[in-house]
Each structure stands twice: as C-alpha cells, then as structure tokens.
Design a protein around this ligand. Structure first.
Ligand SMILES: Cc1ncc(COP(=O)(O)O)c(C=O)c1O
Length: 391
C-alpha cells in the first residue's frame, strides 16, 4: 500500500444486525463528537458519577463498585478473573459456547484451576450438572458462566445458577455482554457477585468500554488477596482510586473521554425509555422476526424457552451457500448479519436485534432482503410468505 494514496476514512453506511457491534444511535455519535476536556476536569468527574449511577440502574444493583472499564468486553472479563482468582483457586466454569472457553483461558492464566462443566452448544446451562460438579469439588471458590451466549443465542437461568453456587460457598462471575439492556438482568436480586458487559450490543453505544460491577463479598475477596493482582492496569484497587467517590481522584490512566460521553448518552436514553420497556422492545422485535422467518420455513437453533431475543441463531437451509447469502446482504443491501462461530460455523446465521438495531423497520428490511436472496438462489423456502406474515 502506498501511503501517498491514503486519505480520510469514510465507512460505508451499514445496518448492523449481526452479533455486535449494533447500530449506534445518532444521539450517541453526536455526544461523542463534543469537545474533549481533561479527564480530571471537575465537570468530567461529575459526568463520571452520573455514569456510575446509570450503570447501577442498568445492572439493577446498588453495588458501589460499578464502573466502565476503559477497554472492550474482553477486558471486563479479564478484570473479573484477574481480581478474583488467586493462584491455586479452583473455579467451576459452565461452558455452552465460545465465551465459556475464554473464561477457562482467563482462569488458567491467572494461576487458577478450571473445572469445566460442558453443555451442548445451543442449549442452556444445566443447573443439575453445576450442582454435581460442586459436590465433587467442595474446594471450588468461584463459579463462572455466560448469561447470554452470543455464539449460540442461548440464555441461561442466572438466578438458579447463582443460588447453587452460593449454597456451595462459591462467588459468581457472570458474563452479561449481550444481555445488559436487552433482556432481564437483576444483579442484586439474583445474587450475582461480579459481572461484566460491553457497550456495543444492547446499549446502542460504540464498542470499547466494559461496564462491570462487584458486590461487597467480591470486594472482600479482592481485599483479602494474598498475592497482588498480576495485571497493573486492571487491578481494581488502583482503578478505584480513579473512579472512587468524590473529587479527590488519583491519576491511574487517561480515561477515554469521548467514548465515556457516548456511554453517558446511551445510558440517558436507556433511562428515558425505561429498562423494562427496553427488554420488552427487544422481545417484541424478536417475535416479529420469528414470525417472518418461520413463515419462510426457516427454524431456530435454540428451544423457544431458552432463546435470547437479541441474538437469533437461525438454521441454514439445506444446500444454501451461507457465506454467499451474507455477502449479498452486505453488498446489495448494506446489511450485516453474523456467521456461526466455532462448532456452529456453516450451520447457523446469527441475526442480532440489539439496541438501536432492534426495531420493526430493521426486521422488515432483513426479512425482505433475505427472502429475495434465498428466492434468487432457489433455496427451499416458502416463497412470498414471509413479508405477508409480518406486514
Ligand atoms: C458473551 C460475550 N462475552 C465477551 C465478549 C467480548 O467482548 P469484546 O469483543 O467487546 O471484547 C463478547 C463479544 O462479542 C461476547 O459476546
């Protein structure tokens, strides 16, 4: 590439209906374009306090330690593991998709031992298997799992899994990257001890920040560590010096000022809509998509009771070149949907209805474009039925 030919980057305008990022609300992008100020400016510090309060609302928690980590969801995951796992700790991980596997990596790299409890991809985590694993490993200290598996479109019964973990004296780490703002999540009521999420899915915000929350029990475990947290950047004891209460903030790192304006605006919008209304909107748009897809003759990977409304794993019809469908959607309609990941590559499409992308107009657009392309490709679908079903 010749550097002389490089100019400003102007991205194409797409409709994002994949596994994330989702479309960002214009209010959020325009908030992001506001003037950058110092990250210790009193006005910025006041905004940080508002972000914390609104994140507490989004997570449904009163946890003091509720902040956005200055990096994407993977950093939120790592914040939970490096702070809560000490060398020698045994952690039970329930895995039913890609992201449970990443938890295992995190535990091992933090010097812990991971006990894997596996469920088939596309099914919810089986609480009975967790119960059995904890009976077989009474020395386990933590239980970790993904509430909303983006790789499969499955949601697991977080309240029940937390109850089982606590009965066996374990703290819980929950991945809520895809659930926050999009489907029911109640940190305090369900007894979640540590949780992390991302901004690029159901919050209608840009990628790059990771809201986390830790309750008193989790903080106590961190305070009583025998060894220092191996990551300087993610050590919560240090991060809290910056995000703590009041105006006396110590410099830790330069906060991503403009992305935090974006998060602030997206949380204001969530508050205006109302959390339960947002959950209901995601559910209603999922139902509309389901109606159209089923009329077309397509089916879902996941049992109805375990389906995530915001991430729809759709079984690819026999004989269809799934990559060609996705590339035609992108090239002809500027519409992005996701491919299957890992064990589900080539078997499903992942259609996201997250945040600002979750609206009836997008559902009609996606169903119409998919129907046209599959008809052109002579795929085995009920031609002409889908749009009629959802009109
Ligand atoms: C369930 C889940 N966990 C973790 C992550 C990692 O987040 P990020 O890509 O923002 O680092 C993702 C991203 O899609 C996810 O879906």
């Amino acid at each position: 590439m010749d550097i002389k030919n490089i100019g400003s980057f102007n991205p194409p305008v797409r409709t994002l209906m994949g596994p994330g990022p989702s479309d960002v609300h214009p209010r959020v992008t325009s908030a992001m374009a506001r003037p950058t100020i110092g990250h210790l400016d009193p006005s910025f510090v006041g905004m940080m306090d508002e972000v914390k309060v609104m994140l507490q609302y989004a997570f449904q928690t009163e946890n003091e330690l509720t902040i956005p980590v200055s990096a994407p969801g993977s950093a939120g995951m790592e914040t939970c593991f490096v702070n809560l796992v000490e060398p020698g700790d045994k952690v039970v991980i329930c895995q039913n998709g890609v992201f449970g596997g990443r938890m295992q990596e995190n535990v091992t790299r933090a010097g812990g031992t991971a006990v894997m409890v596996k469920d088939e991809w596309g099914t919810a985590i089986d609480p009975a298997k967790l119960e059995q694993a904890l009976s077989e490993h009474p020395d386990a200290r933590l239980v970790a799992f993904v509430q909303a598996e983006t790789s499969t479109g499955v949601q697991s019964d977080t309240k029940t899994l937390c109850e089982i973990a606590h009965k066996h004296g374990c703290l819980t780490i929950v991945d809520a990257v895809t659930s926050l703002g999009g489907s029911p999540l109640k940190v305090d009521e369900w007894g979640i001890d540590a949780i992390y999420s991302g901004t690029q899915k159901c919050l209608s915000c840009t990628p790059g920040l990771s809201p986390v929350s830790f309750n008193e029990a989790a903080q106590e475990k961190i305070r009583n560590r025998k060894t220092p947290v191996q990551s300087w950047f993610l050590d919560l004891n240090l991060v809290m010096g910056y995000w703590g209460e009041g105006v006396k903030r110590a410099y830790h790192h330069t906060a991503p000022v403009n992305p935090l304006y974006a998060l602030h605006e997206s949380l204001v919008m969530l508050k205006e809509e109302g959390l339960t209304n947002s959950w209901a909107r995601h559910q209603a748009n999922h139902q509309l998509l389901k109606k159209g897809l089923e009329a077309m003759g397509l089916s879902f990977l996941v049992d109805e009771k375990d389906r995530l409304p915001q991430l729809n794993a759709v079984v690819i019809p026999d004989g269809v070149d799934e990559a060609e469908v996705r590339s035609r959607l992108l090239n002809e309609y500027n519409l992005e949907i996701g491919a299957g990941l890992g064990a589900l590559a080539g078997k499903v499409w992942r259609i996201g209805l997250m945040g600002y992308s979750s609206n009836p107009k997008n559902v009609m657009f996606c169903i119409g474009a998919l129907e046209k392309i599959l008809t052109d490709m002579k795929a085995p679908i009920n031609q002409g039925a889908a749009m009629a079903a959802i009109a």
